[in-house]
Design a protein around this ligand. Structure first.
Ligand code: AMP
Ligand code: MG
Length: 318
């Protein structure tokens, strides 16, 4: 009997050791890092061996793109364009050329609902101030004179940008993070990272086999508007691509019982008023999805859905 007990114990120990060793061997290496950029927390998770260099290269590039596109940084390319006089050709980084070119394409496709020349109007809404108040009608009307007809021209060969109005300004807040997401994925792939998920505050991209799910797919929860972070309304399932959300709850203030949010209708210079609180777009590219999410929010359900579908993207309203 004693002998039997000993054999049983030895077998149990072997099973435990082999089980633990198998699990350790089976587990995919993970490198994760978070930094505050683009006014939000950006997290890159790479599932691959030795991905430190890849993740660090991603953050170097994200930080560079942020510096070039930051409206509030006087040394950014965006500030150089905004300070320029009419007709002046401003030499910019190729990444700014890419972003503005895509923005112009979506402006055309969305009948002006997405428009980076929104800056004179969007910057009137001071979301970060203490007890903000809405701008006056006069301020909005004055700003609207420079929105939509800025005459923004991109010369891809010369890498220059010019505008026809001195007062025209651009705001890349609705597209720069999307571009940055696409670049992040490109870098991770170039470094040979097998699978990754990139979360740039509402802009999520993924590719490869998700080691945390049985079927290798990624499941992205869609944030419930105005609910605590992590409370999801539903989940999008995908093998690779981008999931981008534009929501009124992301940046807003309340004044005299009214909520004023950051997605501005270029026709009125005021927050777009819709029956839903967020738009999520699923597409191959996060720059495309970023522009579309903002555009669809402004356009409304019917026109927005038509636009998204015409560009091969899925759209969810919440
Ligand atoms: P998103 O979170 O991608 O919807 O972008 C919203 C940000 O884009 C705002 O905070 C503004 O900086 C800018 N923006 C607001 N309205 C528009 C618009 N109609 N077209 C382009 N950019 C906009
Ligand atoms: Mg956007």
């Amino acid at each position: 009997m004693k002998k039997l007990k000993a054999i049983f114990l030895i077998l149990l120990i072997f099973t435990l050791i082999f089980g633990l060793a198998y699990r350790a061997f089976d587990r995919v290496s993970k490198t994760e890092s978070t930094e505050f950029l683009f006014d939000t927390y950006c997290t890159v998770t790479a599932y691959s061996k030795d991905a430190d260099a890849a993740v660090s290269a991603v953050f170097d590039e994200l930080s560079r793109i942020h510096s070039l596109t930051n409206f509030f940084d006087e040394n950014s390319d965006v500030s150089k364009i905004n300070r320029a006089a009419n007709g002046e050709k401003v030499k910019v980084d190729p990444c700014v050329i890419n972003i503005i070119s895509k923005a112009q394409e979506i402006k055309l496709a969305s009948d002006g609902a997405f428009d980076i020349s929104i800056a004179p109007a969007s910057m009137l809404w001071k979301f970060d101030e203490n007890a903000p108040t809405p701008p006056t009608d006069e301020q909005i009307n004055q700003a609207l004179l420079s929105v939509g007809n800025s005459g923004l021209t991109v010369d891809v060969a010369e890498m220059t940008v010019s505008k026809v109005l001195d007062t025209a300004m651009i705001d890349l807040g609705g597209v720069a993070k999307g571009y940055a997401g696409d670049v992040a994925l490109k870098i991770l792939r170039e470094y040979g990272v097998e699978a990754a998920i990139v979360d740039l505050g509402g802009n999520i991209l993924c590719y490869g086999k998700n080691p945390n799910s049985k079927d290798g797919k990624w499941r992205i929860g869609l944030q419930k508007p105005f609910a605590p972070t992590g409370e999801y309304s539903n989940t999008v399932q995908l093998t690779e691509g981008a999931v981008v959300t534009s929501g009124t709850y992301q940046r807003y203030f309340e004044h005299e019982g009214e909520v004023y949010h950051h997605i501005i209708d270029p026709k009125t210079g005021r927050p777009a008023r819709q029956s839903y609180q967020s738009v999520t777009v699923v597409a191959e590219s996060s720059m495309e999805a970023d522009c579309l999410a903002t555009a669809v929010y402004v356009l409304g359900r019917e026109q927005g859905e038509t636009l998204a579908r015409s560009r091969g993207a899925e759209v969810y309203f919440k």
